[in-house]
Design a binder for this molecule. Structure first.
Ligand code: MRU
Length: 353
């Protein structure tokens, strides 16, 4: 499995996703600020992977703390959490992971644990978040595989693969699950301007697995669908509101509208850590705006006039009415999402609908 992120002794190692596929190089983070920079600069990206990196960043930061008293240690912990929280605003997995680390810290502090014991507990919590993410992806893959057509021609947008998680992937996990179940699968990967996660990362990942992959530029999907060359769409998510509205990579909304027009089922695959019941609808999801340079340049080449105005939102919101189902580690949930998503959290064994 692809080594997206790993803890090795007192460092966190990440494959540098800005450099793929041209170079396979690894970034070694020794401090929490280094992990925060890695998240912000997209060394590591993809909602679940960002959550895992956040947890490791906090554990690493606190492991290096020189504080001996619990009060000073608690103050440093809060500062570290704030630093990590200020990296990227849209993927709710980041805030979910910070919350888990805070809860773990609180449990240790309440039990009167020493600074060293709390450091160990934070390490264990980060490892749990990491391992649970891989397990969730595998479960999503198994559930999602059932709704993939026998002879599937799947369109996906951005990269929701092993690189975007601790391993296996969400949308690409569903694709891998279908392949493991013996379905015939061909994938179309949207290039995904401006950061090119589809062309650079999804194609790289799937080709390594020997899965038939064709790259298209983002403006080609309408034609592809009109020619009946796609019969299933699956994407990941950065934040799913309580009513099912889904924030994902910019361009996802357009793909969903096109899929509806061509009667192609459009599925979202995401772990429960991406579902934010506190955000009632998509219009309340904060959307990150990124640097103009991502639009004016391709790699190091400038493709727009110097000084041109740029709008560069990293995500858009797909209204829930376009979504055929949300594939999670607890099954596939369908409209009305306000009820089904709440139910997903209520029981460990929610029956897939
Ligand atoms: O800006 P990115 O690359 O972090 O955006 C990633 C996406 O939009 C993914 O589709 C989403 O995080 C799901 S990843 C399993």
């Amino acid at each position: 499995m692809l080594p997206t992120i790993a803890r090795e002794g007192d460092v966190v190692v990440m494959i540098d996703q800005r450099k793929l596929p041209a170079q396979e190089v690894y970034v070694r983070c020794k401090t929490a600020p280094q992990v925060a920079r890695a998240i912000k600069s997209m060394v590591i990206r993809g909602a679940p992977a960002i959550g895992v990196a956040a947890a490791w960043g906090i554990a690493l930061g606190m492991r290096r703390s020189a504080a001996t008293g619990t009060q000073k240690f608690a103050a440093e912990f809060q500062k570290t959490c704030d630093l990590i929280a200020a990296t990227r605003p849209t993927a709710v997995n980041l805030f979910w992971a910070i919350e888990r680390m805070k809860q773990s810290f609180g449990t240790g502090a309440q039990a009167g644990e020493s600074v060293d014991q709390i450091k160990d507990r934070l390490d264990r919590e980060a490892q749990m978040i990491h391992d649970e993410d891989v397990a969730s992806c595998r479960a999503m893959g198994a559930f999602g595989a059932d709704v993939v057509p026998e002879d599937a021609r799947i369109l996906t947008h951005c990269n929701a693969g092993a690189l975007a998680t601790a391993g296996y992937g969400t949308a690409l996990g569903v694709i891998r699950g279908a392949v493991e179940k013996g379905k015939r699968v061909a994938v179309f990967a949207d290039e995904t301007r401006p950061f090119l996660q589809g062309a650079r990362l999804t194609a790289w990942e799937l080709m390594r697995d020997g899965i038939d992959t064709t790259i298209i530029t983002d403006n080609m999907s309408a034609s592809l669908m009109a020619q009946a060359k796609v019969n299933f769409v699956v994407v990941g998510a950065d934040r799913i509101a309580a009513n099912g509205d889904t924030a994902n990579k910019i361009g996802t909304y357009g793909v969903a509208v096109l899929a509806r027009e061509h009667n192609i089922p459009f599925y979202v695959a995401a772990p429960l850590s991406t579902i934010d019941l506190r955000t009632l609808e998509g219009s309340h999801i904060p959307i990150e705006e990124r640097n103009a340079r991502e639009v004016t340049h391709v790699g190091s080449s400038q493709v727009a006039p110097t000084g041109a105005k740029v709008w560069n939102p990293a995500f858009d919101v797909t209204p829930h009415r376009f979504i055929a189902g949300i594939i999670t580690e607890r099954g596939i949930f369908r409209a009305p999402y306000t009820e089904s998503l709440k139910q997903a959290f209520e029981t460990e064994t929610a029956t897939p609908r």
